[in-house]
Design a protein around this ligand. Sequence first.
Ligand code: PEP
Ligand code: MG
Length: 767
Amino acid sequence: MLSVLRKIVQEVSTAPDLESVLDLIVRRIQRAMRTQVCSIFLFDPQLQRYVLRATQGLNQEAVGQVSLSMGEGIVGQVGQRAEPINLEDASRHPAFHYLQATGEERYHAFLGVPIIHHRSVLGVLVVQQVEHRRFDESEEAFMVTVSAQLAGIIAHAEATGSVNGEQHPQARVQPQRDRHFNGVAAAPGVAIGTVIVATLAAELETVSDKRAVDMEHELASFRAALASVKDDIRTVSQGLAQRLQSDEQALFDVYLRMLDDPALSDAIEQAIVDGNWAQGALREVILTQVRQFNAMEDAYLRERATDIRDLGRRILSYLQESAGPVAIDCADDSILIADELSPTMLGLVPEDKLVGLVSVSGSGNSHAAIMARAVGIPTVMGVVDLPFTRLEGRQIIVDGYSGRVYVNPSDKLLEAFREVIREERAVAAGLESLRDLPAETTDGYRMPLWVNTGLVADVTRSLERGAEGIGLYRTEIPFMIRDFFPSEQEQLNSYRSQLEAFAPRPVTMRTLDIGGDKALPYFPIEEDNPFLGWRGIRVTLDHPEIFLVQVRAMLRASEGLNNLRIMLPMVTSVHEVEEALRQIDQALTELQEEGYAVQRPLVGVMVEVPAAVYQVRRFARLVDFVSVGSNDLTQYILAVDRNNPRVAGLYAAYHPAVLRALQYIARETRKEGKPVSICGEMAADPGGSLLLMAMGYEVLSMNANNLPRVKSAIRGVSLARAQSLLTRVLRMDDAEEIHQYLRQSLKQLGLGQLTRPRLPHQTGDSA
Ligand code: PEP
Ligand code: MG
């Protein structure tokens, strides 16, 4: 059964549209289970009914015609209860509702299982038989398994159809107006703009459809790319001729024959003539052929699917190379969509044209999201069902407050969101006046507000917003946008510009923190569990040559300025801190011996893992300061991957366990007389900043963009009030309750404008 299941899932996942997906499912399941009937009812949210969408065994004319409301008939019952119903004779069930047009009166045995995706029931999968019999346990288990696996594919195909308007036997379905896709709110704000899809290098699935501007040019590029791939294969084949057996050599001939086959190039050229650009036409034709080969019974022919995909990728590489970067001539208001957004992709669209970001994978605390918040671009991540390759050039709305992406927005919805944007601008303008005022509570407590930096633009923005220091300079960012490790001199130059721009204010430089979701293209780390793997200090202690060069560059950059602080990420054990301190001392001595006038900087540790929480006093004794990385600390305390959209709902910064840990760290560090600060995203939240101030954090470091909001929150309360807020919150058991309470409190303090605005879907303006 397992292999049958695998085969069904594989075949279905390459079907081109919802119709074929559903059709394949009913045909394959009917055959696998040897039943007379297999049908799928899908829930139509507009009709609020389960509609028969595909069947094998019932009358085909009934497809699209018969439907049941929620709870109506046995199908409606399966949907409502979200569990299987298995009956010897359906007609004897009290909820039985005879659907005349289907011809189902002959069938007695009935098994219906719900199709559930992300907790909601998409529809019901049914098998029926003439005999009176209960389907046995293994049959029921098979149906539940197959339905769970197919749910995601159905959801995706349904989403694509609703965006595009798909050809159904009954009617041409209009693209659904105001259709929205849910993701994770990653950077606040609203954006209305035109989509640009970031295609990954040689990834056919990420290529979008785009109207060709110059058909002749597209045809010529395709022919040139094809010729280059043929040349490559011939060259490799000749080079290996001596070393290969004749049957291995034959593989190259197969490749060349496939490329020479006019059917392939004709189909691609036809798709270009029909209006698609070369890359889109290539994807269209290659993926169709892959699907066709995959569906073949013959194992040898099925293998050809891999070959054709490989050839497609090779051609794509050449096309991408000749086309150059994605977004040269983008619209003024561009929204970049990527399958997996990375910090470096932010550079694909010029900053003044980029208004919004959407990522199909990733989550709200991944580093791409943190960067997006730093530059203040509304972002939604983890929109797993978004058919992004179909959206090139379309107008969409990105709602970075509630994590929604609207496709095909109506004029009414557009106007409602334009109003939100106007309100946002008014709030931001109001906050500008705070620039030169201190972050001081109404009872005179002064809270230093620092910034987190990494991008070059952060420095100017931070100074404009009145930052008093840098609490976290993410040094890995300049490492990520290069092709190899930067030299000591190159590092020195970029560190010097940060230190100079802020001097005499302190600049906290974190030693290289790679691993997890931050990869260097030239230093790949492949791991099953990267967040529990080789990351942060673990990598650099294993590579003293990288660590020492970085520390030397930092120390030299600070010569004469002496405003450097060095911070160690991801420390778990005392010996790691001791070893890092030893290496820092070594670098310092060497430089002094070489004649540089370098001084010992302040050195601190980040508390980001639970082990460090419980040892924080021991760490505090060894170093000059402690800074909490609440982004990682939250993921490790809650055991929730910060990058995984599937568990994004469980990533709760205000979880009582996280708050207690934060309070404990502040208290314990202060017992050692060492300063304690925080540089995780929680410090950037107006409500969170009040709690942290009350806990005794002495510096809050955040993205420059949020600094004015946090300042406004602090200036709007007394320390005493923040402390009573904390006391109340620490008695609560639930993160959501805490969140709501903080929002309410800000409103009562007259700081309602710092919370998120009222959105169209909350006022009932949207579909
Ligand atoms: C953190 O983990 O809170 C932190 C500040 O570091 P990063 O987000 O870069 O992992
Ligand atoms: Mg971290």
